[in-house]
Design a protein around this ligand. Structure first.
Ligand SMILES: [Fe+2]
Length: 557
């Protein structure tokens, strides 16, 4: 059976993946190919890439599965919220809901677009409830037989938070907290109030939080004494005057790109703390309801690596799997497995150990591009050794190897690498390459077997999706990747999973005695991570990187 999973909601992160006989073969987000960050358009480029990689034709597909219910469910939920005054039915709100419904209805939720681009198909078109798709994307790839599954995001059609019980390849619904009682919505609104972009820059709030001080009361916006939480939607959501309640409580909204004041740091601290408490409460409830201490997490809120790290270290759960594509790009992965549940069937539950699911470019393809641009380059026999030596001399490298990662993190395929021992490296990479905010930390890649020497927890963390505390005595060894509060967002690299990247770190250790490198995504600020050799070369020459290690080739400036 060949199933195509699709995320398409016109809001953010359109994506597609292909599953053949229960194996996830390929996955890519539209933004990587179109170069439009968080691209929300129909993912025709991503679907084409799936079919090309799998050498399948559209007419061979058995199932085309969208990670959203058929158009209408979201609209009816909105109307219900207006009727019950859970959302204020302003003219603009009602118009937006109606317009969205009309557009999705016209496109049959994307099915009509699919047919326009790929012709008629015998495939069954299936619309999977959004939180079910998220839940499968976590449980179905966790490798757990029995698990408590928690989904938290901004919103599905009607869902904001949901709990599921995965057992023996089946997944049962336990409870749903309906939108707009949404932790994701709460976090996004504050993200925007703090001058950042919603559904994109929540990382920035999380990174800023440790610079703030405790003490700010968010009781008017979220109640954490109610199990598991209650968002005071009328204060959080803008109705007429944008951010009126926040402005009344904490002063004017921060202008984008303006300076960061103490109060902004304190608000970030309080918002992050509230999110962590709410997530912890939901997880506690999920463990209680399902009786399982294996936890699976998905939904945009599960990208909060700080909260995930706290949950992992809390002792509430024994094992945790966070779907690395926790945001909506990942619902494609869940939707594509949904057909396996038909007629009492079981999900082909397997442990996802890596996210190298995208396209790759071989040396011939790369060399053709290097020649096209008339670049001077050298071919080396051992790129890992050559790159490690350059890193040990303080060089900042672009690293382009193998299949592109799926999900928001670069994990050693499309990465910018640097020496984590240099306390100035953070500033150097920021100034030369990333041009991003001073408070956002960079992450480390560890040889997995060495992670325990440096970290108090999180020693099995292949996806950089949970934070851990760096051991006190090691913080001065890797200052460039240790955040102000002593935390780091580690990637643990296994030799069997990514031998080339593992060996690069190993070679770096031979030079320096430190089995850790700084790893940040290969992109400029505001751009999607590079996809093709051309993207890599353009990014390399638009920044202060010293060398580009691409396939077997090295390009230096
Ligand atoms: Fe979602």
């Amino acid at each position: 059976m060949i199933t195509l999973g699709i995320n398409y909601s016109q809001t953010h992160d359109s994506s597609a993946c292909l599953v053949r006989d229960g194996d996830l073969v390929f996955a890519v987000a539209e933004e990587r190919i179109s170069r439009l960050k968080h691209d929300a358009r129909f993912p025709q480029l991503a679907i084409r890439a799936c079919l090309e990689f799998a050498k399948a034709r559209a007419e061979e597909l058995d199932e085309v599965c969208f990670g959203w219910p058929a158009p209408g469910a979201l609209f009816w939920h909105d109307l219900k919220c207006y009727a019950l005054r859970r959302l204020v039915p302003t003219r603009a709100n009602v118009l937006n809901s109606t317009r969205y419904y009309a557009s999705m209805w016209h496109q049959q939720g994307g099915a009509r677009r699919f047919e326009q681009h790929f012709g008629r198909t015998k495939a069954r078109v299936r619309y999977v409830d959004h939180h079910l798709a998220h839940a499968i994307s976590a449980y179905g790839y966790s490798g757990f037989d029995d698990a408590a599954v928690v989904v938290m995001d901004g919103r599905g059609a009607w869902e904001a938070t949901s709990i599921w019980h995965g057992h023996g390849g089946r997944i049962e619904h336990v409870l749903t907290i309906p939108f707009p009682d949404s932790v994701g919505l709460f976090y996004s609104e504050f993200t925007e109030y703090l001058g950042f972009q919603r559904n994109s820059d929540e990382w920035k709030v999380m990174g800023l939080a440790p610079y703030g001080r405790p003490g700010l009361n968010l009781g008017a916006f979220i109640d954490l004494d109610v199990t598991p939480y209650r968002v005071h939607t009328k204060s959080v959501v803008s109705n007429g005057v944008p951010f009126a309640a926040m402005i009344a409580a904490f002063g004017p909204r921060r202008e984008p790109e303006s300076g960061i004041e103490e109060r902004h740091k304190n608000i970030a601290y309080a918002v992050q703390e509230a999110c962590e408490t709410a997530m912890m409460n939901v997880v506690r409830l999920a463990v209680e309801k399902t009786g399982s201490k294996n936890l699976c997490l998905a939904g945009g809120v599960a990208l909060n690596s700080k909260a995930n790290g706290k949950i992992a270290a809390s002792g509430i759960v024994d094992k945790i799997f966070v779907q690395p594509a926790a945001s909506d790009d990942g619902v494609a992965l869940g939707a594509a497995l949904a057909p396996y549940l038909d007629n009492g069937g079981k999900l082909p539950v397997k442990a996802m150990r890596h996210a190298y699911l995208g396209p790759a470019f071989d040396d011939d393809a790369i060399e053709t591009v290097l020649k096209t641009y008339k670049l001077r380059y050298t071919r080396v026999n051992d790129v890992a050794a050559a790159a490690a030596e350059m890193l040990s001399h303080g060089k900042i490298l672009g690293w382009f190897q193998g299949r592109m990662e799926f999900g928001p993190r670069a994990l050693g395929s499309r990465s910018i690498l640097a020496d984590p021992r240099d306390p100035e490296m953070n500033v150097k990479v920021n100034n030369a390459v990333k041009f991003r905010e001073w408070w956002r930390p960079f992450a480390p890649s560890f040889k997995k077997e060495a992670a325990g020497e440096y970290l108090e927890s999180g020693t099995d963390s292949p996806f950089m999706i949970l934070t851990a505390q760096v051991r006190r005595e090691k913080r001065s060894v890797i200052p460039a990747v240790t955040h102000v509060d002593g935390s780091a967002r580690p990637q643990t690299v296994e030799r069997e999973i990514n031998p080339l990247y593992w060996r690069l770190i190993d070679e770096f250790e031979k030079h320096t005695g430190v089995p850790v490198i700084m790893n940040t995504s290969f992109n400029l600020r505001g751009e999607a991570i590079v996809h093709t050799p051309t993207d890599a070369i353009r990014t390399f020459f638009s920044s202060g990187m010293d060398a580009l290690v691409i396939g077997s080739f090295i390009v230096e400036k």
